[in-house]
Structure formats: C-alpha cells, structure tokens
Write a protein that binds this ligand. Structure first.
Ligand SMILES: Nc1nc2c(ncn2[C@@H]2O[C@H](COP(=O)(O)OP(=O)(O)OP(=O)(O)O)[C@@H](O)[C@H]2O)c(=O)[nH]1
Ligand SMILES: [Mg+2]
Length: 194
C-alpha cells in the first residue's frame, strides 16, 4: 500500500502533554542525523510529514504521527549530538525516561543505525536500555544507498556484532531508494496484529 493517511498530532516536550491513544505505538531511536525523520517520511510516502535537516538536532521533542488510524509512530530527537549542553542532556534523558515509562501501547523500539558506520556507545546504551525494559527491538540499517555494494556484507556484520543482534533480523533501508519500506511495514503490521 503506497497511500497512507497521516495525522500529525503533537510535538510534546513533556510526557504529560503526549496524546492519549489506544493505538499500537512505535518509537524511533538513533543518533542525531542518522535519518529517523526521513525514515518516517519514506514509510508514509510523504516528503515533509516529519522535519528533515542537514544539521543534527533537527527534531525536537516527541512528535506523534497517527498513521492510517492504525498505529502511532513517534519521532524523537537523536542522541549523541555534541553541541548539547549538560542541561539539555538531562532534559533529554528525563523526556525519554518519561516516555518509555508511560506508554502502555508501545510495541517496539525501532533502532536506526547508519549502514556505513559501526554503532556507537550511545547506540549500545539505547539497545541495552530497551532490552532491560523487555521491549521488542527492530534494528534498521539506513543510508544503504551510500554504501559500496562490495562492502555491504562486511558493514552488516559489524552492526550485527556490535549490537549483538542476528544479521538476518536487521532491515536494510534507504529513504532515498525506499528499499526496506515494505519490509518494515510488514514488521510493524506483525506487531499491530498481535
Ligand atoms: N542518502 C541518504 N540520505 C539520507 C537518508 N536518510 C536520511 N538522509 C539524510 O540525512 C540527513 C538527516 O536526516 P534526518 O531524517 O533529518 O535525520 P534525523 O535522524 O531525524 O536527525 P535529528 O532529528 O537531528 O536527530 C538529511 O540530510 C537527510 O536527507 C538515506 O537513506 N539516504
Ligand atoms: Mg529528526
């Protein structure tokens, strides 16, 4: 299905302001500038549902998108953004803790990494955090269009080993070519139908 109905609900700095909803929910996480917002746009087949930027730190707060009246996608600021002040880092941590502790319909964390790079310490902290909360985790390797074909296997192995997830469970993705969009929707649908 290519057409998706998208409703942007809110951009909430605080968990108290997040929309109430019974829909199955999916939250994106990943380093700043990795391509989280672009992935949302690719998924819903829109150019500008979510803000995309050349500079890291484009997305602020928790952004809720209701898709097809069927699920909720939550775009969040990236981590590992060097120019954040101590105060902003604490606020970010509190916002995320508030979020993860208060969304009973949260079905899975969609962790997005850059196909080209070894996942960072922050990525490992993120995936460990989700594991401790016993959350389902979907790992996406994005920006595949920027990789050399001959290096794909090696790069994927590095991601798989660093995050300790089976290589076969990692979804190859590109917001440019739209590779992976169908596969990710299938994955999301399988959680929605649970
Ligand atoms: N070539 C290529 N570029 C991409 C892809 N995904 C994202 N980009 C580019 O990467 C930059 C960052 O994309 P965003 O989607 O804003 O990244 P983000 O993770 O939401 O960033 P923050 O909101 O700052 O955390 C933009 O210039 C995008 O056009 C991709 O699959 N391929
Ligand atoms: Mg963003």
């Amino acid at each position: 299905m290519n057409y998706h109905e998208v409703e942007f609900l809110t951009s909430s700095p605080k968990i108290e302001d997040c929309p109430q909803s019974d829909l199955p929910e999916f939250v994106l996480a990943g380093r700043s500038n990795v391509g989280k917002s672009s992935l949302i746009n690719a998924l819903v087949n829109r150019k500008k549902a979510a803000y995309v930027g050349n500079k890291p730190g484009k997305t602020r707060f928790l952004n809720f998108f209701k898709v097809d009246n069927r699920c909720m996608l939550v775009d969040v600021p990236g981590y590992g953004f060097a120019n954040r002040s101590q105060k902003e880092l604490i606020q970010f941590g509190e916002m995320m803790d508030g979020y993860f502790g208060n969304r009973p319909n949260l079905k899975a964390l969609i962790l997005i990494v850059d196909y080209r790079h070894k996942p960072t310490k922050d990525d490992i902290i993120m995936i460990e955090y989700a594991r401790e909360l016993h959350m389902s985790i979907v790992v996406i390797a994005t920006k595949k269009d920027k990789c050399k074909r001959s290096e794909l296997a090696k790069l994927k192995k590095c991601i798989s080993e660093t995050l300790a997830v089976p290589s076969t469970s990692i979804i190859d993705f590109s917001s440019e070519t739209k590779e992976g969009v169908d596969e990710l929707w299938q994955k999301i649908d399988s959680f929605v139908e649970e």
